[in-house]
Every structure is written in structure tokens, then in C-alpha cells.
Design a protein around this ligand. Structure first.
Ligand code: ZN
Length: 391
């Protein structure tokens, strides 16, 4: 059982070693990767459009729901006004009825009929008067009842409208929740879009560089990068790290200890243990370990369009290559140092470094210590500015 797990783990490790290895890639595969990223970007753009449309639709829906609420509120106001009107009419009718009853009950005696008999000119007159009063009060009673019914109806309508408003408000709530979700996913998509744009831009620059080397070395697309890039005659140098910022230029500068002195390389400030790569294909011709001024140092010999140069990488925290090793721009020659434990004041060995950085030099010819300004052969950003690609 344990053996089985062990072999599975080894298998997985081998798989990763085999397939995560950049150098096993061919130019065609790099092109395919770019095409895949571009397809992904198009898919992202489509998704963004879909979400944007959903947002528009939700916003429109909320707008029309809000319009409806406004309409309903106006209707409720109208209903309330109508109820007020009806109540006023009812009060008026009530007064009319009261007056009529007063007309009938003029006396304060107990027997209304008798009083009327005396007050009326005749019994016929009394009958007539009471009949009229009864008819009119009945008529008014009916009117009042109708109006009460109308009020009830209006109240019902009001309740219905309030229910509609509640429903609309609930719909708006759920739409707004949806809307905020849409906005979150839109933001995610936008971030993914920006990231993929950056990746594509990087890949395009990389591809351009590879293509120039493949063309120069007459390699077929299906040849592995390592195989084609190993050809020592490179077309030029590229930056030795994928990222960093220029902290000091090549050239003469005033040193507080030594006076005027030549700074023999360009300083690339970067985090400790950042991978450092060969700036062009070549052969490792020098390895110095724990130098008291420069720390771990690697020197590589190159033939650039028929001219011999050396590149030197100083203040390395660790070295990853051996003497005589053929390297390409994809070879990680070591990790950057110059800070932390490599500093002498921290108990390290390198007294010529004040912080984590790579001191990168280009030396013409196969021997000698004269240097040239690396900017002459590699495009670096201005001093203080950073970069995030090798080309
Ligand atoms: Zn330096």
C-alpha cells in the first residue's frame, strides 16, 4: 500500500517535472499558447457583454417598477381625495336628514304624531308631510349607503395598490441584489481581462524574440526551444530577470570611500531569491563563490553575431549552473542576493552590497576586466523605473 502511494507521488512529480519544464516547449507550442489565450480573451469579452446586458436589463426593470410605484402612489392619493369627498358628501346628506327629521319632530312632546296632528293644518297635511319626510330621508339613506359602499371600494382599491407597491419593492430588492452580483462578476471579468491582456502582451514579446532566434538559427517550429536557443550565436542580449527596477547606472560615480570610481555594471533592484537567467545563450566560463566583494558570481561567454562578450552576474544568493555548462536565455543560473544574510553586516560574506540587487555586467572579449554600459545592448527602463518582462 505504502509502496503504491510512493510510486504515485513519484509519478506525479515526474509528470510535473516533464511538463512544467519550459525548455521542453517548441515554438509551435508557444504559438498555440498565445492562440489559446487569445481565444480565452474573446470568451471573456463575450461574457463581459452578457453581464453588461444583464445589468442594463435589471436597471431598466428597476426603472419601470419604480415608475409603476409612482403611478400607484398617485392613484392612492386620488383615492384618498375621493374618500374625503365622499365623507364630505355623507356629512352633508346627514345634515339634510337631520334637518328633515327636525322638520318632522318640531315638538318636544312624547308623541310626535299627535304633535303633528295639532301642528298640521289637517290630518291630510300631516300624512302628506310625514310621507315626504320619510321618502326624502329614505332617499338620502340610500345615497349615504351607496357612498359608504364607494368608500369601502376605494379602501379596497387602496389596499390592492399598497400590495402592488409592496410587491414592486420586493422585486426591486431582488433585482438590486442581482445587480450587485452582476457588478461583482463584471469586476472579476474585467480583472481577468486585464490579466489576460498582460499575459498576451508578454507572450507576444516572447514569441517575437523566439521567432527571431528560430529564423536566425534556421530552426523548425517543432524544434524544442532549448535545442534551438542553445546555438551559441545569439542575436543579442535580453534582460537577465523577469522583473526588477534600475537602482544604479553603469558609469563613473563618486564613492564616499574610494572617491571617483567606475560602477562596472547596472544594478537591478529586486527581491531576494528572484530567479536570474542568462542574458543570451552561451557557456558558463566563471563561477566564484562567496567573494567578499560580489558574493556568488557567475560569468558566461557569448558569441553575439560573431563577436565575443561575457556577461557577469554578482551578489547571487545561490548558483544553479556549473563550469562549462551550455546555457540559454531560459536557464536559471541562480537566485538573486545582495541583501539579507549575504550582507556582511548580517554575518554574510559580501561587503560590496547595500541591499538586495543584481549587479549585471557586460564585458567585451573573452578576457580582461573592461566593461561596457549594458544599456548599449539591452533595453532597460530609466533609473528608478521598474520592468516586468525580459523583452
Ligand atoms: Zn552594482
Amino acid at each position: 500500500m505504502m509502496k503504491k502511494i510512493y510510486y504515485t507521488i513519484i509519478g506525479i512529480l515526474c509528470f510535473f517535472l516533464l511538463f512544467s519544464n519550459v525548455s521542453a516547449k517548441t515554438l509551435k507550442e508557444v504559438k498555440d499558447e498565445l492562440a489559446r489565450d487569445e481565444a480565452n480573451r474573446n470568451a471573456l469579452i463575450q461574457k463581459q457583454k452578457t453581464v453588461q446586458n444583464s445589468i442594463k436589463r435589471a436597471q431598466n426593470e428597476i426603472g419601470s417598477l419604480e415608475d409603476d410605484i409612482e403611478k400607484y402612489e398617485q392613484e392612492i392619493e386620488d383615492l384618498l381625495a375621493k374618500i374625503d369627498e365622499l365623507n364630505e358628501e355623507i356629512a352633508e346628506k346627514q345634515i339634510e336628514i337631520d334637518n328633515l327629521l327636525n322638520f318632522l319632530e318640531v315638538s318636544d312632546g312624547d308623541n310626535v304624531y299627535l304633535e303633528y296632528i295639532f301642528k298640521s293644518k289637517s290630518f291630510t297635511d300631516f300624512i302628506y308631510r310625514s310621507a315626504v319626510v320619510e321618502q326624502m330621508t329614505k332617499y338620502n339613506d340610500e345615497l349615504i349607503e351607496e357612498m359608504y359602499e364607494l368608500i369601502e371600494e376605494n379602501k379596497k382599491l387602496q389596499v390592492e395598490l399598497n400590495e402592488k407597491i409592496d410587491q414592486n419593492e420586493k422585486s426591486i430588492d431582488s433585482l438590486e441584489k442581482k445587480l450587485s452580483n452582476y457588478n461583482v462578476s463584471l469586476k472579476d471579468l474585467e480583472t481577468a481581462h486585464t490579466n489576460i491582456d498582460d499575459t498576451i502582451a508578454d507572450r507576444k514579446r516572447t514569441l517575437q524574440y523566439y521567432e527571431s532566434i528560430y529564423k536566425q538559427n534556421n530552426c523548425k517550429e517543432t524544434v524544442e526551444l532549448d535545442a534551438c536557443l542553445t546555438v551559441e550565436s545569439a542575436s543579442g542580449f535580453i534582460r537577465p530577470t523577469k522583473k526588477g527596477s534600475i537602482s544604479s547606472e553603469w558609469g563613473y560615480r563618486r564613492c564616499p570611500i574610494h572617491g571617483r570610481e567606475l560602477h562596472s555594471g547596472i544594478d537591478i533592484a529586486l527581491a531576494m531569491n528572484t530567479p536570474v537567467y542568462a542574458a543570451a545563450s552561451g557557456t558558463v566560463v566563471g563561477i566564484t563563490r562567496r567573494s567578499s566583494c560580489g558574493g556568488n558570481i557567475v560569468t558566461i561567454r557569448h558569441s553575439i553575431k560573431g563577436t565575443i562578450y561575457r556577461t557577469r552576474y554578482m551578489h547571487l544568493a545561490s548558483i544553479n549552473v556549473t563550469m562549462g555548462q551550455k546555457v540559454t536565455v531560459l536557464t536559471e543560473i541562480g537566485k538573486s542576493g545582495g541583501g539579507g544574510y549575504t550582507l556582511r553586516r548580517n554575518g554574510g560574506w559580501d561587503r560590496c552590497s547595500t541591499g538586495s540587487h543584481l549587479h549585471f555586467m557586460i564585458l567585451p572579449g573573452s578576457s580582461g576586466s573592461s566593461t561596457i554600459n549594458p544599456r548599449k545592448m539591452i533595453k532597460f527602463p530609466a533609473k528608478g523605473k521598474g520592468f516586468s518582462a525580459r523583452w
